[in-house]
Design a protein around this ligand. Structure first.
Ligand code: COA
Length: 191
């Protein structure tokens, strides 16, 4: 898949992150609550610039590990981003993830953005499985998964030790299969 044009949802424009997004991205990457349950550290501006440079302008998803980092743009401001990783072309497995600036949480924006990744995965890449991997304490993210129709299908005990954490954290895996998505579409179709 070549991501060559933005995706528009009701409220968002999804498009590749660019280095010029640094002010907006640094604004949420510097907030401890935002990175608490993800394998990122709190970033100062210099670290955010480096991180953004790696994630910017990726538009092709063809091989194992290729990923898209898509800005969630709301009225011209990047309020968060979505990650789309081709974990395995062989097994047609795509992993997705999301981050929102706290000011823009609680409005359904992460779900709205992430929902637009499903056609990209299932229809664009022919994915068989779409998964999300999260810290099991991350209930807000688990609710996004559930709103997307994903099932919690694994819980790995004490799988991650984050810097500064005195305890090991459990990791939850959510998944949606292509046929489950179709079943749901059929079940909700009128008549
Ligand atoms: C995970 C994260 C993106 C979830 O954000 P969120 O704003 O709670 O999720 P959504 O955008 O889907 O919003 C859903 C909430 O908005 C509410 N809402 C308000 N207006 C809405 C609307 N117009 N449409 C839909 N939902 C709306 C919903 O009721 C829901 O609230 P609830 O979860 O308390 O029931 C956010 O907590 C975050 O960025 N966390 C830090 C980064 C992180 O941990 N990422 C995940 C890594 S796995």
């Amino acid at each position: 898949v070549i991501f060559d044009h933005p995706i528009r949802t009701d409220r968002l424009v999804l498009r590749p992150l660019r280095s010029s997004d640094i002010d907006d991205v640094a604004a949420y990457q510097s907030i401890p609550d935002v990175v608490r349950y993800i394998p990122w550290t709190v970033k100062d501006r210099a670290a955010a610039i480096t991180h953004l440079a790696i994630r910017s302008d990726q538009t092709r998803v063809e091989s194992t590990g290729d990923n898209l980092a898509l800005a969630m743009e709301l009225e011209g401001r990047v309020v968060g981003d979505l990650t789309f990783v081709y974990r395995s072309p062989e097994n047609r497995h795509v992993e997705i993830g999301w981050v929102l600036h706290p000011h823009f949480q609680g409005r359904g924006l992460a779900t709205e953005g992430a929902r637009a990744l499903l056609p990209l995965a299932f229809d664009g890449l022919g994915a068989h499985r779409v998964t999300a991997t999260l810290d099991a304490r991350n209930t807000a993210s688990a609710r996004v998964c559930e709103r997307l129709g994903m099932r919690r299908e694994a819980l790995f005990r004490e799988a991650v030790h984050q810097d500064g954490d005195v305890q090991w954290a459990d990791t939850a895996v959510y998944a949606l299969l292509a046929r489950e998505r179709l079943d749901r579409a059929t079940a909700s179709a009128p008549g």
